[in-house]
Design a protein around this ligand. Structure first.
Ligand code: B1M
Length: 211
C-alpha cells in the first residue's frame, strides 16, 4: 500500500522517498487532499505518538517534519489551484505569541484554501496586537488562532479582550484549535468555534460564515 509506505517514509524522515511516493500517487491520479490525509498526515500522527511515548526525540521529529513538508510542498499548489475561490470569505490565521509550532496551522490554512476561503496567514509567534491589527486591516469573516502549548493558551483570551477593547469583537467570528485546546476551553474564553483537526476546521469555518 503506497499510502502506508508514504506514512512510513515520513516517520523515517526520508525526504527523497516522500517526494517520490507523493509524485507516484499523484501520477496514479490520486487526489492531493487524499494523499495529504491518508499518507503525510498519518505519518505525522505516528511521529507525534512516538514522541509522546518517548521513542522519538526532537531531532527525529524535525527530520520527519522536514520530510512531511517536502511532500506537502508538492501537493500544496495543486490543492490551492483546485480551490474554487467561490466563497467571498476571508480568514486571518496565525499561531499565537510564544508558540513556534506551525505544521498544524499550515494544514488548517491549506484545507481552508482548498475550500475557496481567502486565507491571510500571519505565521507563528503572533501577539494579540498583530492579530487585532490584521482584523482591522483585512476585515476577515474569521480570525483563526492556533496554539500548541499550554503556556501560550492565555494569548487567545488576551486577543479576544483586546478585540473587545478596540470594538472589533462583534465584527469577526473567532475559531480556535491546536492540541491543548478543547471545546470547553474554546467556549469558556468566548470564541465562536473550535475544531480538533484540519478537516473539521473547514466544517466549522463554513458553519461560522453561515451564521
Ligand atoms: Co513541540 N511540543 N515543542 N515542537 N511538538 C508539542 C506540542 C508537545 C505536546 C510535545 C509533548 O511534550 N508531548 C509539547 C507541548 C506541551 C504542552 O504545552 N501541552 C511541546 C513542547 C513542550 C515544545 C517545546 C517547549 C520543547 C522544548 O523546547 N523543550 C518547544 C516549544 C517551542 C515554541 O513553540 N516556543 C517545542 C518545539 C517543537 C519543534 C520546533 C521541535 C517542532 C515544531 C516544528 C513546527 O511546527 N514547525 C515540535 C513538534 C513537531 C511537536 C509535536 C511532536 C508534533 C506537533 C505537530 O506538528 N503535530 C508535538 C507533540 C504532539 O502534538 N503530540 C509537540 C502534527 C500536526 C499535524 O498536528 O499541530 O496538533 P497539530 O495540528 C492539528 C490539530 O491540533 C488541529 O489541526 C491540525 C491538523 O489536523 N489544529 C487546529 C491546529 N491548529 C488549529 C487551529 C484551528 C483548528 C484546528 O483553528 C484555528
Amino acid at each position: 500500500m503506497d499510502f502506508q509506505k508514504l506514512a512510513e517514509a515520513v516517520v523515517e524522515g526520508n525526504v527523497k522517498k516522500v517526494k517520490g511516493l507523493t509524485e507516484k500517487l499523484l501520477s496514479e491520479g490520486i487526489r492531493p487532499d487524499i494523499i495529504l490525509n491518508e499518507g503525510l498526515l498519518k505519518g505525522m500522527q505516528k511521529v507525534s505518538d512516538r514522541y509522546k511515548e518517548k521513542d522519538f526525540y526532537i531531532p527525529e521529529v524535525l527530520l520527519s517534519s522536514r520530510a512531511m513538508q517536502a511532500g506537502f510542498h508538492i501537493i500544496k499548489p495543486l490543492i490551492e489551484d483546485n480551490s474554487t475561490s467561490a466563497l467571498p470569505h476571508k480568514v486571518v490565521i496565525g499561531t499565537v505569541a510564544g508558540d513556534l509550532h506551525d505544521i498544524g496551522k499550515n494544514l488548517v490554512s491549506l484545507m481552508l484554501k482548498s475550500r475557496g476561503f481567502h486565507v491571510i496567514d500571519l505565521g507563528i509567534d503572533v501577539p494579540p496586537e498583530d492579530f487585532v491589527e490584521a482584523v482591522k486591516k483585512h476585515q476577515p469573516d474569521i480570525l483563526a488562532m492556533s496554539s500548541l502549548l499550554t503556556t501560550t493558551l492565555a494569548i487567545i483570551p488576551e486577543t479576544i479582550r483586546l478585540l473587545k477593547k478596540e470594538k472589533y469583537r462583534d465584527k469577526v467570528k473567532i475559531m480556535v484549535g491546536g492540541a491543548p485546546v478543547t471545546k470547553d476551553y474554546a467556549r469558556a474564553v468566548g470564541s465562536d468555534g473550535y475544531a480538533h483537526d484540519a478537516i473539521n476546521a473547514v466544517v466549522v469555518a463554513l458553519d461560522l460564515v453561515k451564521s
